[in-house]
Design a protein around this ligand. Structure first.
Ligand code: SIN
Length: 291
């Protein structure tokens, strides 16, 4: 496996298409511009970066997020945030939990008109085993579609519905799909995003529909939409597109919501897992045809 080393920073790819572990950086202090640019470039290349042994406090976590852009506050009115840190979401699961966040393939808050570009999760407590997070490269999923399928999907849009994520949450008795557990009953407008999204930095295309938020493809009949979505969402399950992060205390993971999906595995009940996530604002997804 290739290891890229420049001065202090070492990048160790996890797979050929997604994920790299980064060594030689301390995220608790301000990163200089040269190191930051290398981390940014690596993140754009691998989609997911893993940093071990980073004992960030909330202030440092927020400061790290701000290096990447303006921070995003979650649209859910009762998102759990630590006092004084509205931009930080607490992810906590223990013996009393009835659900765990993100336990299906998704990209964060894709139901927003301008979904967050990036997420930075810092896990502070983790069970001895379990509680991993899977990540999938949606660029790689797109690349492996046939030419006619790519053409067919180009220019189509899909509806992303917040209520699928927030009013129908996932419980541990039904890990594969939305349950009917009501959560708040808030109303949020739908968003319509291209089914194939162009990455604003790399220009690469990715499949931009997900299990949690996408309800249907706008231009198709309901049965056609269900069938096409089933084909696309099934592809994500192929391990060749994935990497898997095994968390340890003080692991920090940065992912690119524009071209990566993730799935948190709740296989550790009734044990405790705790972390904080900072999310960075993104722009409106768009599609530009291949040149
Ligand atoms: C999420 O951000 O969707 C949850 C990820 C995780 O808990 O690993």
């Amino acid at each position: 496996m290739a290891i890229t080393q420049d001065e202090e920073l070492i990048f160790k790819p996890l797979t050929p298409s997604i994920g790299a572990e980064v060594q030689g950086v301390d995220l608790t202090v301000e990163i200089d511009d040269v190191q930051f640019q290398r981390i940014l470039d690596a993140w754009i290349s691998w989609g997911v970066l893993i940093f071990r042994d980073q004992a960030l406090d909330l202030e440092q976590h927020v400061a790290l997020g701000r290096r990447f852009g303006e921070l995003y506050s979650h649209i859910l009115p009762d998102a759990k945030t630590p006092p004084g840190y509205p931009e930080v979401i607490e992810l906590h699961t223990d013996a009393h939990s009835e659900r765990a966040g993100g336990e299906s393939w998704h990209t964060d808050v894709s139901a927003d008109e301008e979904p967050p570009m990036a997420s930075i999760l810092h896990i502070t407590e983790t069970p001895d085993t379990g509680g991993d997070t899977l990540f999938a490269s949606m660029n790689a999923v797109y690349d492996d579609l046939s030419g006619p399928m790519k053409s067919f999907l180009s220019g189509l849009t899909a509806t992303h519905r917040a209520s699928r994520g927030y009013n129908a949450v996932h419980d541990r008795n039904q890990p594969q799909g939305p349950s009917t557990v009501p959560l708040g009953g808030w109303e949020f407008p739908d968003s319509h995003h291209p089914v194939i999204r162009t990455h604003p930095v790399t220009g690469r295309h990715s499949v931009y529909v997900n299990t949690i938020y996408t309800s249907h493809i706008d231009e198709l009949a309901p049965d056609e939409s269900d069938s096409i979505l089933a084909v696309l969402l099934e592809r994500i399950h192929n391990p060749r597109y994935q990497c898997r992060v095994q968390w340890r205390k003080n692991t920090v993971v940065l992912w690119d919501n524009r071209c990566v999906q993730h799935h948190a595995v709740w296989d550790y009940f009734p044990k405790l897992r705790h972390g904080n996530r900072v999310t960075i604002k993104g722009d409106r997804p768009f599609f530009s045809p291949p040149a």
